[in-house]
Design a protein around this ligand. Sequence first.
Ligand SMILES: NC(=O)c1ccc[n+]([C@@H]2O[C@H](COP(=O)([O-])OP(=O)(O)OC[C@H]3O[C@@H](n4cnc5c(N)ncnc54)[C@H](OP(=O)(O)O)[C@@H]3O)[C@@H](O)[C@H]2O)c1
Length: 258
Amino acid sequence: MTTERFHVDGDTAVITGASSGIGREIATRFAADGVDVVICSREQENVDAVAETIAESDRPGEALAVECDVTDREAVEALIEATVDEFGGLDVLVNNAGASFMANFEDISPNGWQTIVDVNLTGTYHCTHAAAAHLKEGGGTVVNLASVAGRQGAPYMSHYAASKAGVVALTSSLAFEWASEGVRVNCIAPGFVATEGVEAQMGISADDVDREEVDRRMGTSEEIADIAQFLASPASSYLVGQTLEPAGKPAILEDPTV
Ligand SMILES: NC(=O)c1ccc[n+]([C@@H]2O[C@H](COP(=O)([O-])OP(=O)(O)OC[C@H]3O[C@@H](n4cnc5c(N)ncnc54)[C@H](OP(=O)(O)O)[C@@H]3O)[C@@H](O)[C@H]2O)c1
């Protein structure tokens, strides 16, 4: 009875940016929980590989792989249409697709700035906006991926931090509007998580993470998927418009007497 409330609430979920890292882990987890998942990224072959892994496993949920760049509104509308055509509705939307690069503020060109804002913030807007009617039909859930950078800032990632702050604000604003229609909108703002994206930028891989540690270690995609599952489940039914920060021990908890 109690653990039942931790299962994903719904039959169908769209997870963007699910070809690697956190998105792939959330898709795999939801499929294991019996949810049919629609997974997208910019490269069909990248998401095909994830869908094949899910299909070959004994996970009860099905996977549909769709090529979709979340900055392309027409492609996003086609993604939502494909979801509804295949599975008859849409209950959970996970806005996970994200991009970043490190640079001094002065070195961020207008194009570089626009690209990051387009993927992280406008992409979240496109997907949520295009899915709105379907989410409202069945009282769905939206889980957005922001970052601690969006709450406290991050050096050399001002464009990324600003875009993620936008995602946090979109989450709390939309939650006000949609709660009365039975749609919960929440957000996850992780600290550093060992994913392919981080490995490419910083050379730290999931193998370097010691999960026994609590203090100042990187998180894993699995730990973020735990929270996504919670936010998409009835166990979080009283949580609306919130941003959870899985980031290990926060710096503010340093012992001030030492
Ligand atoms: N890892 C961290 O430390 C960390 C910390 C805080 C927040 N986050 C956030 O968590 C999310 C996932 O991060 P991650 O580290 O798992 O990322 P990742 O390993 O770099 O994967 C990013 C995913 O997004 C897809 N993607 C990128 N641009 C896209 C676009 N325009 N349209 C559709 N898909 C796109 C990529 O697929 P293709 O390349 O195949 O398109 C890939 O599947 C992001 O929003 C990120 O900002 C991550």
